[in-house]
Design a protein around this ligand. Structure first.
Ligand code: PCA
Length: 324
């Protein structure tokens, strides 16, 4: 009788421990952009896919628009374990490492196929740096091509002299410096407010952010120069990932691969739609004058030269592989 009881209790304990190891996990996921942004919608779908594939064992709660951590704080939060998973714009961190700046150099990669190629040749170097910081990259999605928004019409880079220029990463600050504008770093979540108060009057971004931030209230001109396609990375703390059992890890990786494919497709598909919305809301959407484009191409050449100096042989090899 006693023997049986002991056996039953051992078995029960084993069962409880087993189920504890498989218990439901909850991840908070800070992101930097609003709920109706295509990146955010993609992330919400990713979280739903993970939930479904794991039978609810891994629940990811998305906190969009900088509501849990500001866009520029998310990387450190994931590194430090305050958040298990999050979304970052990698070029926002190029002061940490110049490698992170490669996707935001004017006129290096200006369309989706080129952006994809640039990521292919810079992926290993980017991931290796993040891995050293305990970060694993789950998937990557580009923003639509970047153009110039301005309250006043501009025909050349010289027209940007002295303007208050909104920057979202070190490269967009550098552009301000090169054209003689005054850079102010403002995250997308604060752009509408910064325009309303007149803190900035010109900036580069996609039609997507122009639309999200309803910039047409203050800004009437968009020059669709398509200078680069910066990328958002969905990153996870390696420690948090390692805590998952194998089937859950596989579910996360599968959902991430699907999100990456879906994200690239949606970004390209919505690019024109976003620009149409700018027009519908009274903005002038133009290609940009020859002078403006050639001025920004020159800026791009300066920045590529700077970048290869900063990144040395490794950077040069990446540029060479990209141009092959
Ligand atoms: N939107 C983001 C980054 C690039 C883009 O298209 C922003 O303006 O902050």
């Amino acid at each position: 009788m006693l023997k049986t009881l002991v056996a039953v209790s051992v078995a029960t304990t084993a069962l409880l421990c087993g189920s504890a190891a498989q218990a439901q996990q909850k991840w908070d996921m800070p992101t930097g952009y609003p709920g109706n942004n295509f990146h955010t919608e993609n992330i919400v779908q990713f979280a739903a896919d993970v939930d479904k594939a794991t039978g609810g064992k891994l629940k990811i709660t998305v906190h969009d628009n900088g509501s849990l951590f500001k866009a520029n704080e998310i990387k450190r939060a994931v590194q430090g374990g305050q958040a298990d998973i999050g979304e970052i714009i990698i070029s926002g961190f190029s002061n940490e490492d110049p490698m992170f700046a490669i996707d935001s150099i004017p006129f290096l990669a200006t369309g989706y196929p080129e952006a994809e190629k640039l990521w292919k040749v810079s992926k290993a170097a980017t991931e290796a740096r993040l891995a050293k910081q305990g970060i694993k990259v789950l998937y990557v999605v580009p923003w639509p091509p970047q153009g110039i928004f301005s309250a006043k019409p501009i025909n050349s880079a010289a027209d940007l002299k002295g303007v208050k220029w909104r920057a979202y990463n070190p490269n967009t600050s550098r552009i301000a410096q090169l054209v003689g504008a005054q850079p102010v770093t403002i995250q997308a979540a604060e752009l509408t407010q910064a325009l309303a108060t007149g803190a900035v009057t010109a900036f580069m971004t996609s039609g997507a952010t122009g639309y999200d931030s309803k910039v047409w209230e203050q800004v009437k001109y968009y020059y669709d120069v398509a200078a680069w396609l910066p990328k958002n990375l969905v990153i996870v703390s390696q420690k948090a990932f390692d805590r998952l059992d194998k089937p859950t890890q596989d579910a996360v990786l599968n959902a991430a691969a699907a999100a990456e494919a879906r994200g690239w497709k949606t970004s390209a598909e919505k690019n024109n739609w976003y620009k149409e919305q700018l027009t519908k809301n009274g903005m002038k959407v133009e290609a940009g004058s020859e002078q403006l484009r050639s001025d920004f191409k020159k800026i791009g050449l300066t920045m590529i030269a700077d970048w290869t100096t900063q990144t040395g042989a490794e950077g040069q090899a990446i540029i060479d592989a990209f141009r092959k």
